[in-house]
Design a protein around this ligand. Structure first.
Ligand code: 13P
Length: 249
């Protein structure tokens, strides 16, 4: 049985005051027992977030990390620094990192490895652009991104991943993949994992991301291969995010 995970990605949004609001709201909320919640906040808020969200049982994640363990990389943050702050998850391969910061599959692999060495759980994001979607290349693109990482890892390392399928055309656009569309891609991802190892495929949590909201979460989360959500915009509104967490139970 896979424990659903609802992860919020604040991107470059939020404030210390919002961290505090979430801390208080989650400490008071009664969430379903069998749902895990995580919040990926900007670097400067990680320390405050791990403190504020502790009582509410919310794990904290970062949005990226450097692939080196330490050294002369001005402005960068290492995995060890994140674990120092009790950070549990780190996003790797988000489409904004791929498109805006030039992170290709090799860069994604290097970051996944750095996360694993530091004891972080990498939340690996996969997804096709609108152009690729329209050219019916979704599976080829998504499974290509997945294979690049799986092939570079040892079998034991693969089991530490969480995977998120985020069609780029659905991110921040209000245009969600239909539950059937999302399920089809999730099923293809799980089939691909089966080619590596059956137990890996059965245990791996596959999250959907892209305009997930309180109003469409239940339908998406009801699909057999969708084990949670990676929520952008709606994770900045505490009531909306709580409602999505409730609907995963
Ligand atoms: P939205 O939920 O705002 O579409 O963002 C999704 C996302 O990119 C989460 O990582």
């Amino acid at each position: 049985m896979r424990m659903p995970l609802i992860a919020g990605n604040w991107k470059m949004n939020g404030s210390l005051a919002l961290v505090d609001t979430f801390g208080r709201a989650f400490a008071d909320a009664s969430l379903p027992e069998k749902v895990e919640v995580a919040l990926m906040v900007p670097f400067p808020y990680l320390g405050a977030a791990t403190q504020a969200l502790k009582d509410g049982g919310v794990a904290v994640g970062a949005q990226t990390l450097n692939d080196h363990l330490s050294g002369a990389f001005t402005g960068e943050v290492s995995g060890a620094m994140l674990t120092d702050l009790s950070v549990r998850y780190v996003l790797v391969g988000h489409s904004e990192r791929r498109s805006l910061f030039g992170e290709d599959d090799a860069a994604v692999v290097a970051r996944v490895k750095a996360a694993l060495v530091s004891g972080l759980a990498p939340l690996l994001c996969l997804g096709e652009t609108l152009e690729e979607h329209d050219a019916e290349r979704t599976e080829a693109v998504v499974l290509g991104q997945l294979g690049a990482v799986l092939d570079a890892l040892e079998p034991a390392e693969r089991g530490c991943l969480v995977i998120a399928y985020e069609p780029v055309w659905a991110i921040g656009t209000g245009r969600t993949a239909s539950p059937a569309q999302a399920q089809a891609v999730h099923a293809a991802i799980r089939d691909c994992l089966r080619r590596y190892d059956n137990a890996l495929a059965e245990g791996m949590r596959l999250l959907y991301g892209g305009s997930m909201k309180a109003g469409n979460a239940a339908e998406l989360l009801a699909q057999p291969d969708i084990d949670g959500g990676l929520v952008g915009g709606a994770s900045l509104q505490v009531d909306d995010f709580l409602a999505i967490c409730q609907s995963a139970g």
